[in-house]
Each structure stands twice: as structure tokens, then as C-alpha cells.
Write a protein that binds this ligand. Structure first.
Ligand SMILES: [Mg+2]
Length: 162
């Protein structure tokens, strides 16, 4: 049975990039879903964050880079409460079951989204550690090696509609 996906929410750190390095294939995969008509929604735009070795570029820098590279303007929302997922979808006129969240954090990205009624895809990049998918309930809808494989899974398994 084909499921209609009208929105794809994407975690940034660990999913599209690790530190200041883009995970291979991420930009191309992002362009693929944007070409399907999906809007670009940034979870947040933090300019920097603190690491053990000092300050590092935050998601905001990569959101700006993605906007520049894809020619798309993003919409920023907050995470991790269900109300944030719902408010992101409300603006799109999209129900939770018509959306999928992709992220490297099994609890905050995937489980949070699934508890809000979305589909959830866990990627094995960034902060992912082997077995993370079995530590959460509900379990991820799908576990992908990386963002590019997650996008391919969505495009081949679920029908994207505008
Ligand atoms: Mg992350």
C-alpha cells in the first residue's frame, strides 16, 4: 500500500553534516527531494554550539549554505516537543501521518516525531551508535545508513505528493 508523504523534516547535525563536513551524498539527496516539490524546513538556526574543544559552527550556518546551494528559502521551527512538529506541519496543511522525520538521534529526532504521529527514519551517521534503534519505543519506521539512503527509501517506498 502506497503511503503519501507530503513533508520531510530533516535533522541537520549528524544527518546532513558532522562538525564542519557535509556527509557525502547529502546535498544531492536534498536536491532530489526539493525537486519533488518538498519545502525545506530547518529545525533550528543556531549559529554555533559548544563542543569539548570549543565553539563549533551550528546548524544555522549549514541552513544558510543549503539555502544558497539549492536556491530554496527554509522555514525554521523548534524541536523536540510534539507541538513543534505539529506547528511545522500545520503551516503546510499536512497531517502527521503524511510526514516523515529523518535524524541521527533515536530519541529526540525519531521517537519524538513518531510520538507526534509522524513516520521516523533513523540514520546511522552523526551521534548514532549501534543498537540505538532498539533503545526507543516506538521503533523507527526505517533505519538508513545515511541521509541519501533515507531519501531513496522515501522515494521508492512512499509516494510524495504536493
Ligand atoms: Mg542530529
Amino acid at each position: 500500500m502506497a503511503k503519501k508523504i507530503r513533508a520531510i523534516l530533516v535533522d541537520l547535525s549528524g544527518t546532513l553534516h558532522v562538525d564542519d563536513t557535509v556527509i557525502p551524498g547529502s546535498i544531492e539527496a536534498l536536491k532530489k527531494i526539493l525537486l519533488e516539490g518538498a519545502p525545506l524546513i530547518a529545525i533550528h538556526r543556531a549559529r554555533y554550539y559548544k563542543r569539548s574543544d570549543g565553539l563549533a559552527l551550528g546548524p544555522g550556518a549549514f541552513v544558510a549554505a543549503l539555502e544558497y546551494s539549492t536556491g530554496c528559502k527554509s522555514e525554521a521551527v523548534g524541536k523536540p516537543e510534539a507541538s513543534f512538529f505539529h506547528s511545522a506541519l500545520e503551516d503546510l496543511g499536512c497531517s502527521a501521518t503524511e510526514a516523515v522525520m529523518i535524524g541521527d538521534d533515536a530519541r529526540d529526532d525519531v521517537c519524538g516525531a513518531m510520538n507526534a504521529g509522524l513516520h521516523g527514519i533513523l540514520v546511522k551517521t552523526g551521534k548514532y551508535r549501534p543498537g540505538d534503534e532498539s533503545t526507543v519505543n516506538p521503533k523507527p519506521s526505517y533505519v538508513a545508513e545515511n541521509f541519501a539512503q533515507a531519501v531513496d527509501h522515501i522515494l521508492s517506498t512512499w509516494l510524495i505528493s504536493e
